[in-house]
Design a protein around this ligand. Sequence first.
Ligand SMILES: NC(=O)c1ccc[n+]([C@@H]2O[C@H](COP(=O)([O-])OP(=O)(O)OC[C@H]3O[C@@H](n4cnc5c(N)ncnc54)[C@H](O)[C@@H]3O)[C@@H](O)[C@H]2O)c1
Length: 353
Amino acid sequence: MPASKPLRIALIGAGTMGRQHQAVIARQPDATLCAIADPGDAGRAFAAELGVPAYRDPRELLAAERPDAAIIANPNALHVASALECLAAGVPALIEKPVGVSLEEVATLVTAARRHSTPLLVGHHRRHNPLIGRAHEWLADGVLGEPTNVTALWQLHKPDDYFAAPWRREPGNGLLHTNLIHDLDLLRHLCGEVVEVQAMASQRLRGLPYADTAALMLRFANGALGTVNASDSASAPWSWELTSGENPVYPQQSGQPCYLLAGTAGALALPQLRAWRYADEPHWHAPLAEEAITPDAGAALDRQLAHFIAVARGEAVALIDVEDAARTLALIDAVERAAASGRATQPSYPWEA
Ligand SMILES: NC(=O)c1ccc[n+]([C@@H]2O[C@H](COP(=O)([O-])OP(=O)(O)OC[C@H]3O[C@@H](n4cnc5c(N)ncnc54)[C@H](O)[C@@H]3O)[C@@H](O)[C@H]2O)c1
């Protein structure tokens, strides 16, 4: 395909996130929206507004429009089925997170993705954020020394009407699968794999079939120990959404951290990208020197789309492929098993068996 022709992208699911993807496509001269598949009337109306063909079933769209690529932004439980349809049609796809809801279905997708040459990218878009890129560089340069502690916070208050869409009240669509999947993906990206999990979870506040509040303990392969303290019902400013300024729908609580990473030689706070180190030997009586850089937090979704266009054209390898995203889902699965059993639990990766 000549690089000069905009990539014809189909949107599968035109709700809140699908519309954000549409806005990003509209800003990208190298891509154009060619059709929408969404069973809802609002999706059809949106397609009509944009002047693109509308379909209720993604399979019909794929067969009729033969798009160059697709973005899958339907409910979590439909991601695997839609991704398999894209693979069968030979259409490269950007799959919203989580890659799937159960490890079993995701194992099927990992196996299918290995068999096909059609590339799939999973939408853990925060990894495309320049400030995460900088943090990754600092960590690779050894800013922490030997990593000791990882602290992640995700505490904010979702409004009740967020839960109006019936699919959001089903298992597999709560705090863990929809939200902490992002944070655990970033912790894997920044700090390496997690080998053991302990967890407590509570459904007390929302009365939904999944946790609204959770406290996790993580053992990383590099020996660091971590905690994640999270609630979707807390009136608190400590979450990526409220601190990073990445998405303007969330008023930024600047100055507040969401990730605190510490090691024998130094510490790093995100999203502020503030590092602390001792000038000489570490000593609790000596002052820690602080170094900060002003990060450019914006445009993660635009950068993700630019990467996806390159992946779809075969010019780049997916930064987050299905197997990588499946390893993050394996952590969510381990958290659920740990919370249910009260025991330390290891993540399992059935596609590796
Ligand atoms: N990357 C992020 O930061 C981010 C943010 C929000 C949501 N998401 C993800 O995006 C996905 C959608 O979330 P949302 O908030 O947009 O939900 P939403 O309820 O606003 O939209 C879902 C849309 O999918 C449509 N749909 C339902 N069944 C469908 C089907 N069979 N085929 C095609 N469309 C179908 C619905 O009609 C609706 O328009 C979820 O997987 C969610 O986890 C990601």
